[in-house]
Design a protein around this ligand. Sequence first.
Ligand code: S3P
Length: 664
Amino acid sequence: MQSSPSKSLRGKASIPGDKSISHRALILSSQVIGNTQIDGLLEGEDVLRTAKALGLLGVNIKRASSHTWQVQGVGVGGLSEPGDVLDMGNSGTGTRLMMGLVAPYPFTSFFTGDDSLRGRPMKRVMTPLEHMGIRFTAREGGKLPLAVFGTSQTLPIEYTLPVASAQIKSAILLAALNTAGKTTVIEPEATRDHTEHMLRYFGWQVETTKLSGGALSIAVTGHQNIPSSDRQITVPGDPSSAAFLVVAALIIPGSDIVISHVAINPLRIGLYNTLREMGASITFTNHRVSAGEEVADIQVRHSELRGVTVPAERAPSMIDEYPILAVAASFAKGKTVMKGLGELKVKESDRLAAIENGLKLCGVAYDTKNDVLTVSGNAQPPQGGAVIQTHYDHRIAMSFLVMGMASKQPVHIDDGSSINTSFPGFAELMNSLGAGITVATAPKPVLQKMPALTIAIDGPASSGKGTLARRLAENFGYLYLDTGSIYRAVGLKLIYSGKDPYDKRAAIDAAMGLSEQDLANPRLRQERIGQAASIISAIPEVRSVLLDFQRRFGKNPKGAVLDGRDIGTVVCPDADVKIFITASLETRAKRRHRELQGEGIEVVYESVLEDLRERDERDAQRSVAPLIPATDAIVIDTSHLDADTVFLQVVNIIRQKYFSSKIA
Ligand code: S3P
């Protein structure tokens, strides 16, 4: 997906239901006798997984109409052994809450999930449930897939949360419903209390006590008598989803929007308090209470923001909002310091790393140390113009699309499908307010009647730029020039005539005598030739001799793709498309090693790594054509991307820019 700089956002929006409350509405409706109608349920993939898991446990759940669902509750103790694995998809909340729910039952439940969920820690929920008498078998490190060996003989516990997590608290409270005696959770730091609110709304007694020192004790006695009855709940809008609209309106000049019916539970609005401290114009109006939750309409106007310090204690009340706060901070004046971000590393992705990577690619200054992220803004829009890897994390995807609405260049994300886990219809809703988010489709093979473009692909050694450039040339029917081969050809001439690559005069002569045929010599790929090329390419006179040759090639009327290190900056500063490919040193060394092995060349990996490291150092120090992306280049970090993905992303970028109106 791509988002382009937008005009002001205006109008009224209503957003999908709250994800946390939706999970709890389904789960707790299953634990009472009677029919519960849930209006405004979030129909995102995460919540639908919870509905499906409850179905496998014998609960009858039906979708009555759009966002209205009916749950036929079976009451506490009424679940039956699931006939299949509970596949929770991407949802950490669904998994952890459901693990607690099924624990006090005399049957075994199997849980799994997608790649991201299978990498997330479950020990934090297993440990307290083990104290209650439950046994588990999980993968190394307490990861999914795992089996919960439940028992109807669970014991009540008193448990102090080692991590401020509403999911752990809720798992214990749900297990407590079917456990004789009083189970107590102690929270040193308050976390979202939707489970407690909804338990009370349904008729359970929940004792919440403030302890000395500020901790909170939450106690539930099991097997309470909840009268059977039909019920109704309206799920309010999700403040974590509203956050994307709020920040978009704040950073796009002239914006003025209202988001109706949003949950404003005090333990969820840390971001809103922070943004207000930064100078944001955010007003809550029309306060009301719905199913035990505070709700309001939110008005937001474009505002000049300034950096603030966000204390670690605030993290639980805005844990999902740091990616979008980092975006807001990129537009603010001064430093925004966000403390206590350790938990971000175990969310749907390592969010801290994903934020850093996205900020770096969009040209935002930041620094991270000891779980503290500092973003430095200068009250100007960041550069943007990057492809962001989302790691199938919905909040990373939406945050950087918001960045692209107000940065200088459009921002692309590699995959927008994760957005459906929490915010179906995100792009359509944003666009209805004035944003310009587009979805790229898979590219078609070779297309006829292309305009003849000049495409510049730059990047460090073994970053994959050659593979990409060759494939692009093939796809669009353009000519291809590996500019590295020009320097290699000069190097080859020198080496084979017994000259030293440091001999400047000889190198200039060899460059002047270069012909097209020299570029086809199979010996060009030899490692020693590559090293010679790296030496002579740092000689300014050699570069200027070869510059004309490359420029002529770039202007070829058939269209041209050139790859090198200074194509976008020096050789073809007017190129139509500029891409800068990078990857970590280790990734590049691995690729190069594999490539050499494929060519039948036996070298040890360590020497390839060492070689590249030296080349990088030389590249970084050289004064001629230093390796830097052009200011209007799109930077793609391919460390975690395969060649196909990079190719498709770039084809889509080119197609969107030049062919969108011409291709069906
Ligand atoms: C949630 C709690 C938070 C939050 C998640 C939803 C919940 O996780 O990140 O999106 O509904 O209880 P933790 O409790 O693990 O911090």
